[in-house]
Design a protein around this ligand. Structure first.
Ligand code: ADP
Ligand code: MG
Length: 396
């Protein structure tokens, strides 16, 4: 992959950086600024090189038209605080405000363009529309740096088409993320444990498929576990269940057995009548789930067993919370798994927006993990063995 070093002298040049600034918002407050922080090193590096830095990014899913609820203005302000330098903000993405803002930049200064998804051309299914929009973006700059790891699996104008127009390279964040993913798919130190949870089984089954060839142990928690438990004939009450995945899951269970991969499912589960902080949680064995309750966390016995496998591993990849960690009553399983990852003697990787948010909500520092990925979907697709358009276009 081409890197920033391959772009030559950047002094005085206009560098368009695609960052991933898609942070969770609580109204207009930024709930977790992890992705903004992660974008800082590349921007700083470009500033230090004397570039005029133009940041393009998206926030939420605003449906191709301006929506003040998804303005990047508060994100630009936070970026300025983190950079310790003023950040200009353009009120549109490729319009008059963007042009004037870019024209006003001096060497080493930074501007953020308004949410790129306010423009229908960004995510259009029509390639020529994406190309047209990418050309308008490209007109603002001299070179392109792709640093939004969370979007590299998307064939979108500011990720893919733009790189066919301007001289382009990957930024430091994308390079670092890819390096970690290469370590997870190449010669990994063993034992290698994969921990999966979260809410959507179908999203994660592809990863299981590919990782069964590589991992020594696969631990399943979160909403995913009920499809596995149901596939084994257990009552799962009103828990999350993807009926149409039962056969696929049975196939994975069989393959794990054939290939000698240790598949660890929870033995106990925290259930409640409803998903609420006031609900009274009870811990039951997985073969004793009441038909009118839902499972909202792995139980303490399972959490301890998971933690033990994790601590005994040399490589761990974790994606997806073990329970509804957003509510205190159902956070214990996720917390124990997260803490166990910090004790791994080797490489521990957290992937997934909610998993990363959980780690920070528990007050664990980023440094206590080998790597916290900024891109859940992108890292999963990489681990599935898919080709990611935003990386493909920068290969060579
Ligand atoms: P990530 O963003 O880390 O990839 P996901 O988006 O797949 O993770 O899933 C995160 C969500 O899964 C969390 O909001 C959490 O509340 C939910 N979740 C975890 N366990 C359960 C469960 N047992 N029932 C319902 N939702 C769950
Ligand atoms: Mg998520």
């Amino acid at each position: 992959m081409k890197t920033i070093d391959d772009l030559g002298d950047l002094a005085g040049r206009r560098v368009l950086v695609r960052s991933d600034l898609n942070v969770p918002l609580d109204g207009v407050t930024i709930a977790d600024d992890g992705r903004i922080r992660a974008s800082v090193p590349t921007i700083t590096r470009l500033r230090d090189a004397g570039a005029r830095v133009i940041v393009v990014a998206h926030l939420g899913r605003p449906d191709g038209r301006p929506d003040p609820a998804y303005s990047l203005a508060p994100v630009a302000a936070r970026l300025g605080q983190l950079l310790g330098a003023p950040v200009a903000f353009a009120a549109d993405t490729v319009g008059d405000s963007a042009k004037a803002t870019v024209d006003g930049l001096e060497d080493g200064q930074v501007a953020v363009l308004e949410n790129v998804r306010f423009e229908p051309g960004e995510t259009s299914k029509d390639e020529s529309e994406r190309r047209d929009f990418a050309a308008r973006l490209a007109a603002l700059a001299d070179v392109f740096v792709s640093d939004g790891f969370g979007v590299v699996h998307r064939k979108q104008a500011s990720v893919y088409e733009i790189a066919t127009i301007l001289p382009a390279a990957v930024g430091g964040l994308v390079a670092a993320e890819v390096e970690v993913l290469q370590r997870l798919t190449g010669q990994t130190e063993r034992p290698y444990t994969v921990v999966l949870g979260g809410s959507k089984v179908s999203d994660k089954l592809g990863v299981i498929d590919n990782l069964l060839d590589k991992a020594d142990a696969l631990l399943i928690g979160g909403g995913m576990m009920f499809t596995f438990l149901a596939a084994q004939g257990h009552e799962v009450g009103t828990s999350l269940l993807e009926d149409n995945q039962l056969d696929t899951v049975r196939g994975h269970v069989a393959r794990a057995a054939e290939q000698g991969v240790r598949l660890v499912l929870p033995t106990d589960v925290v259930v409640a009548p409803e998903l609420s902080d006031d609900a009274t949680p009870t811990t039951v064995a997985v073969d004793a789930m009441p038909s009118d309750q839902m499972g909202l966390d792995i139980g303490p016995e399972s959490a301890a067993a998971f933690a033990e496998v994790i601590r005994g591993s040399r490589t761990v990849f974790w994606n997806g919370p073990m329970g509804v960690f957003e509510l205190a009553a159902f956070a214990a399983g996720t917390k124990q798994v997260a803490e166990a990852l910090t004790e791994v003697d080797g490489l521990s990787v957290v992937g997934g927006g909610d998993s990363a948010a959980a780690v920070r909500a528990f007050g664990l520092s980023d440094e206590s993990f080998g790597h916290i990925s900024t891109g859940g979907g992108a890292s999963l697709e990489y681990l599935e063995g898919k080709s990611l358009p935003g990386l493909e276009i920068l290969a060579g």
